[in-house]
Write a protein of this length. Structure first.
Length: 339
């Protein structure tokens, strides 16, 4: 059964629906500015103290303790959050609701602009979806599974755990097996350290020049790399968002070969994302780059190489970081950005 709330058709969530994944959309469909985002996190904290910031435009919210207090189910709280975000900050929301952060994230990804998607029956929700739809399953893992005919979530769920572990390894195989069954052992952690960082470049006018697009990505990748190195973090994947003159957006993500904060590796991945979009004379208003899956650098493995140029580049990068820390962020920049 569906009900009407504020003009939006939603299905009341089952009793186990206690997690919301909220993504905020500011003017033009982009992320809200820093001040608005901080205020929106405060808005969510008025419903429950269990709020975890995700990147620069999202949050995981555990509403388990708020359902009885507000006398609403998860879908009802989502509708109330949307109304207040619009009224107070002029920001719309895309909201996914489910029994765990994994399912709430997946629901938000499927939800349309300004809507709430509630996961009812977990097996029904997951059935038939491509395995790449599982949060945390990157292209390489998806390709490995598809090579064995395990191209949908229900087929992965039907496979024995031992088979998945032989294909992916013991740890990764168990993680994918559990996710395919809707099992998520993560929790919403209040005030958790950010798991992603993002930066955006808005062009002074709608930009057609591909070289200027690449220069913007070079600048963005350098900024994100310097920020992560300064905080002792590396990222597992990159997401590129392109905003066009008509305010429409296109988003594409790519898992990195290894966790890194090396600016050259980030720049190369950003260029490949742009090339994969196949833009043809597109009038681009802004480019945003997000580094996701942040982990402490000391916990990440780095594949050693015998390439002296790579080792030299990393040493020069460390020297440039020290110079920027002492003399300012523009003390050392790539020559193509100085022109």
């Amino acid at each position: 059964m569906t009900t009407e709330r504020g003009g939006e058709r939603v299905r009341p969530g089952p009793p186990g629906t206690t997690v919301l994944y909220v993504r905020f959309r500011g003017a033009g469909g982009g992320p809200p500015d820093g001040a608005a985002y901080a205020g929106l996190l405060g808005l969510l904290a008025a419903f429950t103290p269990v709020v975890e910031a995700v990147g620069q435009d999202g949050a995981l919210v555990d509403v388990r303790g708020a359902l009885r207090y507000f006398g609403r189910d998860a879908a009802g709280l989502a509708a109330l959050i949307r109304v207040r975000a619009l009224a107070l900050y002029g920001v719309d929301c895309v909201i996914g609701a489910g029994p765990s952060p994994l399912l709430a994230r997946m629901a938000a990804r499927e939800a349309g602009p300004g809507t709430t998607l509630v996961v009812g029956d977990v097996a029904e929700f997951l059935a038939g979806r491509p395995v790449a739809a599982l949060h945390g399953v990157g292209p390489s893992t998806a390709r490995a599974l598809c090579g064995y005919g395990l191209d949908t979530v229900d087929r992965v769920a039907a496979a024995p755990l031992a088979v998945l572990q032989r294909i992916l390894g013991a740890r990764a195989g168990r993680e994918v097996y559990e996710k395919a069954h809707g099992i998520d052992r993560t929790r919403v952690v209040p005030n958790a350290a950010a798991r992603s960082v993002a930066a955006e470049r808005t062009f002074p006018r709608d930009e057609l020049d591909r070289d200027r697009h690449r220069r913007a990505l070079l600048s963005l990748a350098g900024e994100l790399g310097a920020q992560m190195r300064g905080e002792g973090q590396v990222c597992r994947s990159l997401t590129l968002t392109v905003r066009y003159a008509d305010r429409a957006t296109t988003t594409k993500s790519r898992a990195l070969a290894e966790p890194t904060a090396h600016s050259a590796a980030l720049t190369g991945a950003a260029y490949r994302l742009l090339d994969a979009l196949g833009l043809q004379r597109a009038r681009v208003r802004a480019l945003a780059l997000r580094a996701e899956g942040l982990v402490p650098a000391e916990r990440a493995a780095h594949q050693l190489t015998f390439d002296p140029a790579d080792e030299k580049a990393r040493r020069l990068e460390a020297v440039a970081d020290r110079a920027r820390a002492k003399y300012g962020p523009r003390a050392v920049i790539p020559g193509s950005l100085a022109a």
